[in-house]
Design a binder for this molecule. Sequence first.
Ligand code: G6P
Ligand code: MG
Length: 220
Amino acid sequence: QHIACIFDLDGVLVDTAVYHYKAWKQLANSLGFDFTEHQNEQLKGVNRMRSLDMILQWGGVEKSAEEKEVLAARKNEWYVAMISKMTEAEVLPGSLQLLQELKSQGIKIALGSASKNSSLILERTALAHFFDAIVDGNSVTTSKPDPEVFLKAAELLNASQEDCVVFEDAAAGVQAAIAAGMKVVGIGTIENLPGSDIVIKDLSEITVTEIERLKSLTTD
Ligand code: G6P
Ligand code: MG
């Protein structure tokens, strides 16, 4: 049985994590507070409304459901303005090469992202054609660390969870992959991504052979 690969988008394939951070920071600042880069790690992989809830809590600010809709929309407007100017140059190191290699070997590829903006990003960066299945914030009801996004991706690829390898830069995403019973490659640092089967700096640090070898690892 072949492996199947499920990629998170923001911070794994493309350099958009920095734009999310900028836009949320701008929103927090407009409300009179700030948050740290360390706190920002907790937002990675977490959907828009849940991220806003966490940020408001850090600032000790309470807002009604209606006001929260307005704030989330404002952040998204700033964020979309930034990603609308993205180019193929913002594809992270190693992404293109790995996707090409997987594709040429007939290995199935899915997107497993919390973002509702994934189609714009995939279009701007010319990555859309690599994916056999796309699961994003428009097709799931729960946020990572819930495994829903990855289980849906596996289902669309017609792959069983033991055959899936997930690529994630978010602690919440690593937890989601583990909960889905999948292998997980952390992108970033080991301190930020506990539970990963392996952690690399970026996708240039892993080969298809190494990914296939992960599948035979037993975690118990
Ligand atoms: C990704 C990012 C999060 C972001 C979420 C929703 O998981 O890591 O920082 O909040 O997507 O993105 P969206 O584009 O729908 O606001
Ligand atoms: Mg991410």
